[in-house]
Design a protein around this ligand. Structure first.
Ligand SMILES: O=C(O)CCC(=O)C(=O)O
Ligand SMILES: [Fe+2]
Length: 345
């Protein structure tokens, strides 16, 4: 069976308040002096706000849409088959399928989304997959390696350059061959009726920051993802058109830089009226810290100059980034997201 070309649903016609955030042309990186120029741009824009867009990342629209097509086909598999590949969530790992209703959004009200995570193609993360995924394993591996070693490493090197840290400071804690829970994620939000949305207070995914290193969110015509750029600002929608990818700085980078980099606060709510009946398919790539990353924050002349130098070892821990990450997932298995302790995911 060959997959049909994935057709993205039409954008909403409803007037919405979209966030104005900076776009970084990643092809600039490969030009002479490009990394340094981008580091200057990041200094201006990326310090206060945990979100930005990137363009010209180096993957074709066909390659990206193939991932959407695989995602769509995965969620069309019978539930019984999807459940056969359930992730060991209780051990703190998302490697595989997270079924519908894994978390409660309100007491007794389970979430209405499901996702399938495909970890890096390394021996430590090997697991069985449905035939559909196995059939496309070469394309999936190429996508995952490219997002990880090309796109995310460019950004990690730009950030390290900006922070006056060794260029590979962040890359070394996120190497492809080291163990971590970085993954492609295919994600499906099930449409809910007006009454259900009311009962859920329109929430699909509570306001949170991501716990990893950074997250990439691909084209998403169904407007439901909102960001809060800074604490004093209102929620605003993100518009992620074809050709752009939204990047979300996550908790690990915030921790390592003593809060200089901000982990983006975001949530997913019910789509506007003209899209409310549509299931929402998502494609994401999560970069998460490895077993080589030491959970100790950093210091640099730049961070000191900016007032974010390291002044305490109080928040450091004798754990790896991987262990820190998994402890977080274990702690929230089945958790009620109503608890303010669960503001990260
Ligand atoms: O579906 C989205 O647009 C965002 C999902 C998200 O925030 C997450 O999975 O952490
Ligand atoms: Fe998130």
């Amino acid at each position: 069976m060959n997959l049909a070309k994935y057709e993205h649903p039409p954008e909403t016609q409803c007037p919405l308040k979209y966030a104005s955030i900076v776009t970084i042309n990643l092809s600039e990186y490969d030009r002479p002096g490009g990394k340094e120029r981008l580091a200057q741009k990041f200094k201006q824009y990326v310090h206060q706000v945990g979100f930005f867009y990137i363009t010209n990342i180096g993957l074709s629209q066909e390659e990206i849409d193939l991932q959407f097509a695989i995602a769509k086909a995965f969620f069309e598999l019978p539930e019984e088959e999807r459940l056969r590949y359930r992730a060991p969530l209780e051990e703190g790992s998302y490697n595989g399928y997270r079924p519908l209703g894994a978390l409660s959004l309100f007491p007794g009200m389970q979430d209405t989304l499901e996702f399938y995570s495909i970890f890096k193609s390394i021996p430590q993360s090997k697991r069985s997959h449905p035939d559909l995924i196995t059939k496309y394993s070469a394309e999936i591996e190429r996508f995952s390696r490219f997002m990880h070693e090309d796109v995310s490493f460019k950004i990690l090197r730009i950030l390290a350059t900006m922070l006056e840290l060794p260029e590979d400071q962040f890359v070394d804690g996120n190497r492809y061959e080291d163990e971590c829970d970085s993954s492609i994620r295919y994600m499906l939000y099930h449409a809910r009726s007006r009454e259900e949305n009311k009962a859920f207070d329109d929430v699909y995914f509570r306001g949170h920051t991501d716990k990893g290193t950074m997250t990439f969110l691909f084209q998403q015509p169904i407007s439901a993802l909102q960001v809060q750029q800074t604490k004093d600002k209102d929620w605003e929608y993100l518009k992620i058109p074809a050709g752009s990818v939204a990047v979300n700085i996550a908790d690990t980078l915030q921790f390592l830089t003593n809060g200089y980099l901000k982990s983006g606060f975001h949530r997913v709510i019910a789509p506007p009226n003209d899209q409310a009946h549509l299931d929402r398919l998502g494609l994401l790539y999560f970069v998460r810290p490895t077993d080589k990353l030491q959970w100790k924050s950093l210091d640099s002349p730049f961070l000191q100059k900016e007032g974010y130098g390291k002044t305490t070892t109080q928040n450091d821990q004798d754990v790896s980034g991987l262990d820190w990450w998994r402890a977080g997932v274990r702690a929230r298995t089945g958790a009620n997201y109503i608890s303010s302790a669960a503001r990260t995911t």
